[in-house]
Design a protein around this ligand. Structure first.
Ligand SMILES: C[S@@+](CC[C@H](N)C(=O)[O-])C[C@H]1O[C@@H](n2cnc3c(N)ncnc32)[C@H](O)[C@@H]1O
Length: 391
């Protein structure tokens, strides 16, 4: 590590040009300013007033002296007159187990003009924290990542660089702190899920939905998980029920992770999962018929209903339960009364139309809210129980 001396005024400063974490959990290498214990209070006030105190490291007590950690590699230029007689040197400071909330720490590390843009939420998948930053916060992205890395039990921070859009439902991510490794293992519903956040879809906020649906399925049923991703529906269900699941996804990398996840969790599974890497249109034609179908592809799942109706009821007269996931972009009053949500009503009308067109009877159709994705976007599931009209 390079160390050099800077002559400033009539003082000698030792300045470290490399500012690194020695061990991110315990110590941090920083410049420190040393004062007599009796002057500690007044020194601290001066440091805070000049934005020089590094708040997430602890002060060091040395005999009759206190050493305060300083912000930046070369704070010498900012030291006020009142402190210029003090010695500055490099030290390894213990990192504070911060009692400040993450939001308060972010406030401390970002200039006031940008406080209104501070992120209010983040997701954690395994050891990776995922966050969306407003463009004006990008100059501070590494400071923001450091706050998360120093406070939470994570290895990496990634920021979203565009929205989920591809047909694989993946987003783009940039590593802004920690290890640049997009692969992690997430614990959910008592199972382990290996995932690469860059190449497959995974949403840790749907854990409860996987449980709700698993509770509704009976042992011995046959299930299609038509858009299975890395398998959170299939594995949660196979963990709880002795069922046969045909788990399908068009993304071959999702299949690779699904197979790995079946292997990792095999001792915990009572059901059996058969992975398929097909376009769902083809899977609908080829898979053995089922009692229950998961369709978690919110923007377009409804387009696959006619094919399902024709396949299931063309040859077999039986009841099927379909879990159709979808989004609506709600209007202000829609949240309380779903009958007022025009988008939802249009969707339900098109399901009724498809059913009539394919000689399918709708025995029940219930919609429930899963979560608000954003202020104007809600994730729903419509549970459809259908049978052939003549059965
Ligand atoms: C929103 S993700 C849901 C994944 C998983 N069910 C979950 O809850 O994490 C939708 C998945 O559908 C897959 N997909 C998109 N179009 C498809 C198609 N035509 N046929 C099969 N899978 C498709 C994507 O690759 C993605 O993994």
């Amino acid at each position: 590590m390079a160390i050099f001396f800077v002559r400033f005024s009539n003082l000698v400063f030792v300045t470290k040009v490399i500012f690194v974490f020695m061990n991110s959990n315990t110590f941090i290498d920083l410049l420190g300013i040393k004062c007599l214990k009796s002057d500690a209070n007044i020194t601290k006030i001066d440091l805070i007033a000049n934005n020089l105190l590094f708040r997430t490291a602890k002060t060091i007590l040395q005999d009759n002296y206190v050493i305060f950690p300083l912000i930046g590699d070369n704070p010498s230029t900012k030291i006020p007159e009142s402190l210029q007689h003090l010695e500055i040197n490099s030290y390894s400071f213990p990192v504070k187990q911060s009692k400040l909330s993450i939001e308060d720490q972010l406030i401390d590390n970002i200039p006031e003009d940008f406080h209104s843009s501070i992120p209010k939420s983040y997701d954690i998948i395994g050891k990776i924290l995922l966050v969306k930053l407003e463009p004006e916060l990008l100059p501070f992205k590494h400071n923001i990542a450091d706050v998360y890395l120093n406070t939470l039990n994570i290895d990496s921070v990634f920021r979203k660089t565009d929205n989920v859009s591809s047909s694989y439902r993946t987003a783009s991510w940039e590593c802004i702190g920690g290890f640049d490794n997009p692969v992690t293992t997430h614990k959910m519903n008592n199972l382990d899920f290996m995932v690469n956040i860059k190449s497959v879809y995974f949403n840790s906020r749907l854990n409860n939905e996987y449980l709700i649906v698993s509770d509704q399925i009976q042992d011995k049923e046959v299930v299609w998980d038509l858009f299975c991703g890395i398998g959170p529906f299939s594995l949660t269900l196979a963990h709880k029920k002795d069922v046969i699941i045909y788990a399908n996804d068009i993304n071959s990398l999702a299949m690779t992770f699904l197979k790995q996840n079946i292997e990792i969790n095999k001792k915990k599974l009572v059901g059996t999962i058969f992975p398929y890497n097909l376009d769902a249109q083809q899977a609908i034609v080829e898979l053995p018929v089922s009692d229950c179908i998961f369709m978690n592809l919110p923007e377009t799942a409804k387009d696959f209903l006619p094919g399902i109706f024709q396949r299931i009821f063309g040859n077999f007269k039986k009841k099927v339960t379909i879990y159709l996931y979808h989004f609506t972009h709600k209007e202000p009053s829609d949240r309380e009364d779903l009958r007022k949500n025009i988008e939802l009503q249009q969707l339900l009308e098109s399901i009724r139309y498809q059913a009539t067109n394919n000689d399918v009877k709708i025995n029940s159709m219930n919609t429930r809210i899963i979560r608000d994705v954003s202020p104007n976007k809600t994730h729903f599931v419509t549970e459809l129980n259908v049978s052939a009209r003549n059965s």
